[in-house]
Design a protein around this ligand. Sequence first.
Ligand SMILES: Nc1nc2c(ncn2[C@@H]2O[C@H](COP(=O)(O)OP(=O)(O)OP(=O)(O)O)[C@@H](O)[C@H]2O)c(=O)[nH]1
Ligand SMILES: [Mg+2]
Length: 542
Amino acid sequence: MSAAKPTLDDRIAAVRAVTEAGAGRIPSALVVEAQALLTQAEARRARSPEHTVVGVFGATGSGKSSLVNALVGDEVARAHVRRPTTSQALAVTWDGSGAAELLDWLDVRERVERTQPIDKRASKLVLVDLPDVDSVEAGNRAIAERLATQVDALIWVVDPQKYADDVLHAQFIAPHARHAAVTLVVLNQIDLLTPADGKAVVKSLQSIIERDGLPRARILPVSARTLEGIDALRSAIGDLAASRAVRDARLTADVQTLAARIDDPGVPSRLDGKAAVRLRNNVGIAAGTDVVAAAVASSYRKRAGQATGWPLVSWISRLRADPLTRLGLKPVRRGRDRGIDRGIDPDVHRTSMPLLSAGAQARMSLAVRTFADDAGAGLAAPWRLAVRTAAEHALDALPANLDLAIARTSLPARGSWWWVLVGIVQWVAIVAGLGGALWLLGAALLPSFGMPALSIPRIETGPLEGWAVPTLLIIAAVLVGVLLGLLAGALSALTAAGRRRRTRTRLLASVDEVVQRDVVGPVVAELDRVRAVAAALAVARR
Ligand SMILES: Nc1nc2c(ncn2[C@@H]2O[C@H](COP(=O)(O)OP(=O)(O)OP(=O)(O)O)[C@@H](O)[C@H]2O)c(=O)[nH]1
Ligand SMILES: [Mg+2]
């Protein structure tokens, strides 16, 4: 950990970050408390930062009001044997009207002003006498409890009879243990004890206070009646008033206490690239990337067959619908370029791929949930849930978005340059074959119509010696047609396989874009939130 402690400003900023990034993930009651604390911190810091408000708290009859009078050296507060006596907070100031706004905010109406500070460093002190914290009067208790959360420093006043009172310690002193640095514990009425008893009570009180969680809190034995120990108390209050850190210490402790009550979100595991690739592949399969890739390949083979097959039979395959058209991915003619048109109005041009089957839908959900759960492993339950929700949120729109992405992907559906060549050769062969046939037919039939006979030349040398040229023409035409058909078929199968791979790659890239935007992005954002909250909590707690 770095050496420098965070400033109060850092801590307040951290709490703000926690409430903002943690909303919906941190129990809302805690968020509300944090917001209230921020409001309070801002309010206190905006008012008289040079004043130190010290509140005098304790059970009824412990002598709070008497103590305030003893400190001030004047009867400013009403002390009485009647219980409870004080029912309103009373502030003593030594600073004219300087603290008025602060006292308005504290809602302390009764105010008295004196000119002689109780300690030379205490001119900016605001000493507040309070009603009893454990009062039978609910109103008294409420005032004391409220001010205990607002004052900069606390003085707990106990007396020899009730110094060990359980309720006082458990319900009032212990909950403010975090404020030990700005807390004084005063054992009043020591005039009622022998010096030896006084020592024993201080010792006993010390151990109780330690148990309350304030091991270093100072215990000051005093008597408001005989004024024993009052100077030491004045000087201790002077220490508090002189320290600029006191006001910050109180708010710092409040921030620390609150931050400690907020559960750690946990440490997000690093999102590994393989998980995103698995997600993309599974979502891609569910969305039909393989189906489209297969359709691109078979569309290519079909059109290649039409263009390069033996023309006398290849027309038959025209009767079959193009596999891409069947998916709503239409190969369109643009100039000489046969390809899938890009930038078709996406609202009009949708693929007519069947809506996701139940199986595909299940596969997609499983892929998304697995990804989210892997990403959220290591997080506390509410954060794991938030990661899952972020990913699941995408599931509603995912099929439509993927459909659109697939429809918009430019597919390698163009024909090949060699189709035309092969097509021309096929037709030349047909014409040559037909020529040979007509030749033979003419030679056979013309004499019977009284026309001059057609001569039929024959090959005179070589292995084909004796074969009639028209016959050879026919045989060559058929051979060329069949062989060329076979060759073109093999070539188109090879090309189609390549197209299939390329289609798959392109579609997966499109799917990846959607998956990154709809699923990975929100999950990463949630993990960033976790890190932000964890870091802010660490600052607020330190
Ligand atoms: N012997 C003795 N009596 C004290 C001392 N301090 C206060 N008393 C008496 O204790 C009684 C209660 O004193 P208060 O000052 O009114 O007590 P408080 O804590 O302000 O009481 P509430 O306002 O009711 O909460 C009074 O009768 C005081 O005279 C002290 O140091 N020694
Ligand atoms: Mg009183």
